[in-house]
Structures are given as C-alpha cells and as structure tokens.
Design a protein around this ligand. Structure first.
Ligand SMILES: Nc1ncnc2c1ncn2[C@@H]1O[C@H](COP(=O)(O)OP(=O)(O)OP(=O)(O)O)[C@@H](O)[C@H]1O
Ligand SMILES: [Mg+2]
Length: 189
C-alpha cells in the first residue's frame, strides 16, 4: 500500500516544473516564517532539498540572517540513520554525496546533539491532514524522531499536490504537527 502511494506521489511531485517549484517554494517560505514555532525556536533542523522536494535554500539563508542556528541532517545510508551538523555558511560548506543529496563537507561537520533542537523541518513524498507522512521509505525520519522529545514541533514542507486523503501509517510512523503548503498551513489533528 505504502509502496504504491509512494510511487504515485513521487511521480506527481517530479512533474512539477522548476518554475512552479521555485514559486511555490517561495510561498511556502512566506507561510513558514509566519509560524510562531519558527519565531520561538533558536536551534532549527532543516533538510537540504534535493530533486523535486520543496526548496529550503532560501529558508536556510533567511534563518541564518535572523541569527538562528541551522542544523542539517547527514544521512548514513548504510545504517539508515541521520546525524546532525550545524551549518554556518550555505554557500561554502556543502557538497553533494553519491546520491546527489547535499551535506556538509568533512571539514565543516559540526556535530549537534538532537536534544538541543527546538524545531524540526522535514521533507516527504505525501501527507494527509492527520499528519501522517510518507517519506523516502527507509525510516530515516521515523528512527530519528523516535529519539526526540514530543515537545519539539515537527513541521513538514509540501506542495499542495502532495496532500492525500489518507496515508496508510504504521506503528513506527511519527506524525507531523503542521504541514506548510503553498496554499495553507495544515494543523494536523
Ligand atoms: N523507529 C524505527 N526503528 C527501527 N526501524 C524503523 C523505525 N521506523 C521505521 N523503521 C523501518 O524503516 C522502514 C521504512 O519505514 P517507512 O516506510 O515508514 O519510511 P518513511 O517514513 O516513508 O521514510 P523516511 O523516514 O526514510 O523518509 C520500516 O519498514 C521499518 O522497518
Ligand atoms: Mg514512516
């Protein structure tokens, strides 16, 4: 069930043109910065967008300008776990890994403890309004979020095309509190 939905929504997201992706990502950025969770947070984990995901470059540049701490994931595909690193300069510190995902180059890795995060921003393939999430399909974020306090808000960025009536979820899936699309902020219940 999950596999079929993942394929369907992944194809759908890939079909969004670059121009649309940029415009919609800008709108998402605006809505994102209207959230009180963002104003309140100091240490913010943000994914580094790749392929057709909602772009995060502009969000990250803005957060750094606002003197927030930006923490980015480093994915370990062998162990399917996420490590954290503080990013200080978007333009100087990133390199793309084998899969084309950006991550800090060795000399710029600044390990960060997940206990100190106060907001987490995640990508995904599809979501429903309950906050259920379909991701890459390796459980990266589920495993990561399992070890984070429930008090830390988890906010997803998605194009409105990625919102589905229902996403099949399993016990290990950790729901989002909010989903920001180019049209609205969905408060998940
Ligand atoms: N907390 C966990 N501990 C151990 N394994 C887990 C955990 N959460 C998920 N997994 C494993 O990861 C696999 C993929 O999970 P799932 O289908 O929910 O991925 P996803 O949430 O869509 O992807 P991702 O989080 O990588 O973006 C599961 O079948 C499960 O074996
Ligand atoms: Mg999951």
């Amino acid at each position: 069930m999950k596999k079929k939905q993942r394929k369907e929504f992944s194809n759908k997201r890939d079909l969004i043109s670059l121009e649309d992706r940029i415009n919609k990502s800008n709108k998402i950025k605006e809505l994102f910065f209207s959230l009180k969770e963002v104003w309140k947070a100091q240490n913010i984990m943000v994914y580094l967008s790749f392929k057709s995901e909602v772009r995060t470059r502009e969000i990250i540049l803005d957060l750094l300008m606002r003197k927030k701490k930006v923490i980015v994931p480093i994915t370990d595909f062998k162990k399917t776990i996420i490590h954290l690193s503080e990013l200080k300069d978007f333009n100087k510190e990133l390199v793309s890994n084998k899969l084309g995902i950006f991550q800090p180059s060795k000399e710029f890795v600044r390990p960060f403890n997940k206990k100190d995060l106060d907001l987490i921003v995640v990508p995904g393939i599809a979501f429903d309004d309950k906050g259920n999430r379909l991701g890459f399909g390796k459980g990266f974020y589920d495993k990561f979020l399992k070890g984070v306090s429930k008090k830390v808000p988890v906010i997803a960025l998605a194009f409105s095309d990625q919102i589905s009536k229902k996403i099949s979820s399993e016990k290990h899936d950790i729901p989002m509190q909010k989903i920001v699309t180019e049209k609205e902020v969905i408060e998940c219940k």
